[in-house]
Design a protein around this ligand. Structure first.
Ligand code: 2AM
Ligand code: CA
Ligand code: CA
Ligand code: CA
Length: 270
């Protein structure tokens, strides 16, 4: 079995693990601040992914939100970038609207992306240059819907900062309306389904976006940082993703270099 098919089976297995595990008690702790939560289920699911990948492919490397791969500082060989639960606040408060997200890279080049909405049992998947699917169904290519006819998704807490407010509020005001679902991976899945036309996320990590970038990239969606540059695999970045038309419209708001740098520094203080 190749890495892609192995990954698809693994993410579904991890989804079943979460579904069963969440019916029992689990501990909830906070990380960087009282609203940044992590549970035993996040940690145990990351451990399951880590163990299974290394059992099958001992020479692969794994980067995960809950502590794996912090020592990795090059992109040689096969790297799995995993988020065991994307949308932990939804997991804790709602028991749904979260996903497992995986991006696999070979020598720094995209290989496959996987997002699993465990509670809906929807698997979004793409092997680089082979199209993108939800379960068995092919997803449709991006349509160039402009900002003023679009729903766009954001991460609201970051946008509330005085330093970041202005350009983001302008973009939001120009859009048809704004949504916030609390899981970057699921918001990429919504982009892939054409339910929203763009997402703007200030300061995400590779485990939040790599799966989604590979899947939506197959459909012609464009994803960059706010500077219009390619996203990193080993550090955080602010993410603008959308059809090529709306991506261009959004990026236009950040074209003044000086402003851009000020905002970027501000995100990293949040
Ligand atoms: P998480 O649930 O895996 O932490 C919520 O709007 C989105 O932002 C989720 O994808 C969430 O991922 C991510 N997120 C939440 N808190 C974050 C933080 N402190 N730093 C970076 N990303 C965060
Ligand atoms: Ca988290
Ligand atoms: Ca995440
Ligand atoms: Ca997570």
């Amino acid at each position: 079995m190749d890495i892609y098919n192995f990954g698809k089976e693994l993410i579904v297995e991890a989804g079943k693990f979460i579904e069963t595990r969440m019916t029992h008690e689990f501990q909830v702790d906070s990380k960087s601040n009282p609203n940044d939560l992590v549970t035993d289920v996040d940690k145990e699911t990351e451990q399951l992914l880590y163990t299974r990948i290394l059992e099958r492919f001992p020479d692969h490397r794994i980067i995960g939100e809950e502590g794996h791969g912090e020592d990795i500082n090059d992109t040689k060989g096969v790297i799995w970038i995993v988020d065991p639960i994307d949308g932990t606040l939804n997991f804790v408060h709602q028991g749904e609207n979260f996903a497992i997200s995986i991006g696999v890279f070979i020598d720094g080049e995209p290989y496959c992306g996987l997002i699993y909405d465990c509670m809906k049992r929807d698997l979004y998947h793409a092997k680089y240059r082979n199209g993108a699917f939800v379960n068995e169904q092919a997803l449709k290519p991006a349509e160039n819907i402009p900002l003023n006819q679009s729903l766009i998704a954001i991460n609201p807490k970051r946008i509330l900062s005085d330093a970041t407010r202005s350009p983001f509020f302008e973009i939001m005001a120009k859009s048809r309306s704004v949504r916030s679902y609390g899981s970057a991976a699921l918001e990429f899945a919504m982009l892939a389904k054409g339910q929203i036309s763009a997402l703007m996320f200030l300061k995400l990590y590779p485990w939040d976006y790599t799966g989604g970038v590979i899947i939506t990239g197959e459909l012609g969606y464009k994803t960059t940082d706010i500077y219009g540059d390619e996203l990193p695999l080993l550090s955080s970045a602010s993410v603008i993703s959308g059809n090529p038309k709306i991506h261009g419209e959004i990026i236009e708001h950040f074209k003044d270099d000086k402003t851009l740098h000020e905002f970027h520094d501000a995100f990293h203080d949040l």
